[in-house]
Design a protein. Structure first.
Length: 171
């Protein structure tokens, strides 16, 4: 079982404040925040924080998808790696009473997210792993949830059934 910290301040504090000397945080000349905000660690933290926001706003996502009236079970899904196969992590699933599973991929980028050939294969493998592991006969729809949208290239056209941006949560 995996646990997730849902308190935003505690999550921020544990990653960015707890182990830093107060003199660094209080010194505007240290450029602490400027140097951290461009780091890979920051990007990973921001992605996790955005996933948490999405998980806390399920009703808004359902409304944006047009499925507010559909009974759903929502969860994240992980398959551990083994010697035979790679593991799979799916950010959010809506197992719907209308015989559909909405597979949500959550991406936090400062610009439009671009699905390239390599990432398209990852997405296909995620979808296939659900079918293989569960044997479901339900239709699977891929939903991209992003801050700034997704570039609509050939991979987008081939794979993505629906797209939600952060602004859709609050409209």
């Amino acid at each position: 079982m995996t646990f997730r910290l849902y308190d935003e301040y505690s999550f921020f504090y544990l990653h960015w404040i707890k182990n830093v000397e107060k003199s660094i945080l209080n010194d505007p000349e240290s450029n602490y925040w400027q140097t951290r905000s461009g780091s890979q660690k920051w990007k990973i933290w921001a992605g996790y924080a955005f996933e948490t926001i999405c998980l806390k706003h399920i009703p808004f996502i359902k409304k944006a998808l047009g499925i507010s009236g559909v009974i759903t079970r929502e969860y994240s899904w992980n398959i551990a790696s083994s010697k035979k196969s790679k593991g799979t992590q799916i950010d959010l699933l809506f197992d719907r009473s209308d015989n559909v599973i909405s597979v949500c991929e959550i991406k936090c980028h400062s610009t439009e997210f671009k699905i390239d050939k390599q990432y398209a294969e990852i997405l296909k493998n995620k979808i296939n792993s659900i079918v293989k592991k569960t044997g479901t006969n339900k239709s699977l729809f891929l939903v991209m949830i992003t801050i700034n949208g997704v570039v609509q290239n050939k991979y987008y056209q081939e794979l993505v059934d629906n797209e939600i941006t952060l602004k859709d949560f609050f409209n």
